[in-house]
Design a protein around this ligand. Sequence first.
Ligand code: OAD
Length: 263
Amino acid sequence: MFRTRPTTRREAGRVATVADPQREEVRRWIDEARRIVVLTGAGISTDSGIPDFRGPQGVWTRNPAAEKAANLQTFLSDPEARRASWRYRLEAPTRSAKPNAGHRALVVLQRRGKLDTLITQNVDGLHQRAGSRKLVELHGNIGRVKCSREDTLVERWEAPAGEVPRCAHCGAPLRPDVVWFEEMLPEHAVAAAEDAVRRCDVLLVVGTSAEVYPAAALPVHAQRSGAIVVEINPNTTALSAAADHVLRGAAGVVLPALVAALD
Ligand code: OAD
């Protein structure tokens, strides 16, 4: 269906506001697509009260030290960093957050057989909670815990208040099952994501700054395989200039509007 790119390819990066009639063109691509894949980032969850990383109120913007500490070496060598990591896990808004209209719109798109694979960089678990299936979590899930030495998932643990729990098997500190800087992404997740974007007609890239690799390379893989890449984001990103189309707006507004327009 999309063996050749639509003529608008020549106008790559053209910006459409939510109310823009050009959205009709994106709606038509989605309507005609046989296999849509979505890549999400922290921006899809900001409407659920979870801050992104690099925005004005972002986790890394407000606390650059936390970004520098988000690696295994700091976690293992610095007891205060370990405690801070666990405090964050226990107090983070992800625990009480609920899926928003953006997450729910993707569930609808999947139930209609339009959305094939949903790839997320988010660790908040909100796509599962919304009911999405065929989900690829590139950066893990903060709801899971694993041994920092053996990498095995741990279901139950005990620790005195304020202490970091340890692995019952080897005694190493337990850690969230998320990918920190300088760590490898789960191989099976990367393989599934690359396979999905190479086989899609349309890749919707939602709420990501597209600055973190290898996730940021997925739109390039998709375009090389002939897919149309549509960015949904209120702000300009590293992807905007290369995207085939850009819908400027919040995911919680643009996604439900697109899905509703398919009716
Ligand atoms: P960033 O914080 O880098 O980017 C968030 C993007 O979401 C920005 O481009 C915002 O403009 C956009 N945004 C904000 N609110 C939005 C909304 N309501 N609707 C749509 N877009 C919105 O977050 P990510 O790109 O997800 O890694 O960051 C990638 C990775 O960097 C994260 O997974 C994390 C971080 O280090 C790990 O934790 C391993």
